[in-house]
Design a protein around this ligand. Structure first.
Ligand code: CP
Ligand code: NVA
Length: 329
């Protein structure tokens, strides 16, 4: 399935379940080779002589560190292009910048604001584009989440052979904002057979178009997607409770209002006691985390797999770059 991937990765909505699973399996393979068999770099240097542009208009820790180290592993060169370094957005249009930069690099990993910026880059770039986060999607994050879920629940199901054998039928409860992370989960989880309870305040609904896509995927894969406004109801029977910041990058001026709007949404032991998730439930969060959306007690508990999830950004980005950026002659 890896040889059939689309040129770009804007959202996992554009990928088949088999393609998603192949990327997750490839990531697990890189992780195993590196951590258990001492492979510090790719023996074939698939990105040798190639440069990947990292076009970041917003801050990043995980995504940037994972991408620069992955490109080194693949034998290539990473060129960080921060928003204060290049002409884009100040002296030059997105269209012109995309044409020019892509004429000199072999791939672009781009973190932007509006979704239209990532699709605009993809339209005008002659090199493959991977989305490093936009306001609607974060595909490399959700690949890392799938790897983490596969690792954690795979250990409990030793008879399972494929990614699908492990993840199918698991219940994910999202308690938080209607943002890029949950939209991307809704783009990938239902079609992989994962059930989702999505809980957001009524002021922050999931867009109709995202709901329709998730429903159509869920119908085909025989999974379920349900919507809630009460966190206690949403976490019932959950295997995975997941949240994210209530104030995404670019929403800083809305912070005071948002803290009010999300009152009662903090993931706490009290919520868990009231909501009754499944016995072996785990907690996930893409990070960076702020204390208001999850208590320290949960965040630093044995239930929490957030740092494993963060490390898995590296292995999944490595798999995505290996598959998408090595292709070009
Ligand atoms: N999860 C995530 O994308 O983190 P960074 O913003 O640190 O890259
Ligand atoms: N929803 C967050 C995710 C950060 C990785 C944001 O967009 O800022």
């Amino acid at each position: 399935a890896l040889s059939t991937l689309p040129r770009d990765m804007i959202s996992l909505a554009d990928y088949t379940p088999e393609q998603i699973a192949a990327l997750v399996e490839s990531a697990a393979d890189f992780k195993d080779k590196t951590k258990n068999h001492g492979q510090a770099f790719h023996p074939d240097e698939p990105l040798k002589g190639k440069t990947i542009g990292l076009l970041f208009s917003k801050r990043s820790t995980r995504t940037r560190v994972a991408s620069e180290t992955s490109i080194a592993y693949l034998g290539g060169h990473a060129m960080f292009l921060g928003k204060d370094d290049i002409q884009l957005g100040v002296n030059e249009s997105l269209r012109d910048s995309a044409i020019v930069i892509s004429s000199m690099v072999d791939g672009l990993f781009a973190r932007v604001g509006a979704h239209s910026e990532i699709t605009g880059l993809a339209k005008y770039s002659s090199a493959p584009i991977v989305n490093a986060l936009c306001d609607e999607n974060h595909p490399t994050q959700i690949l890392a989440d799938l790897l983490t879920i596969w690792e954690v629940f795979g250990k409990r199901k030793p008879e399972a052979k494929t990614v699908f054998d492990v993840v199918r039928g698991l219940n994910v409860a999202w308690v938080g904002d209607a943002n890029n992370i949950v939209y991307e989960m809704l783009s990938a989880f239902p079609k992989c057979g994962i059930n989702m309870n999505v809980c957001t305040p009524s002021k922050y609904p999931i867009p109709e178009s995202v709901q329709q896509m998730a429903k159509s995927d869920a119908d085909k894969a025989q999974s379920n997607v349900s919507y809630f406004t009460d966190p206690v109801q949403a976490v019932q029977n959950a295997d995975i409770i997941v949240t994210d910041t209530w104030v995404s990058m670019g929403q800083e001026t809305e912070k005071a209002q948002r803290l009010q709007d999300f009152a009662g949404y903090q993931v706490t032991q009290q919520l868990v006691d009231a909501g009754k998730p499944n016995k072996d439930w785990i907690f996930m969060h893409c990070l960076p985390r702020k204390p208001e959306e999850v208590s320290d007690e949960i965040f630093y508990s044995d239930r929490s797999v957030v740092f494993q999830e963060a490390e898995n950004r590296k292995w999944t980005i490595l798999a995505a770059f290996s598959a998408l950026f090595s292709k070009r002659a």
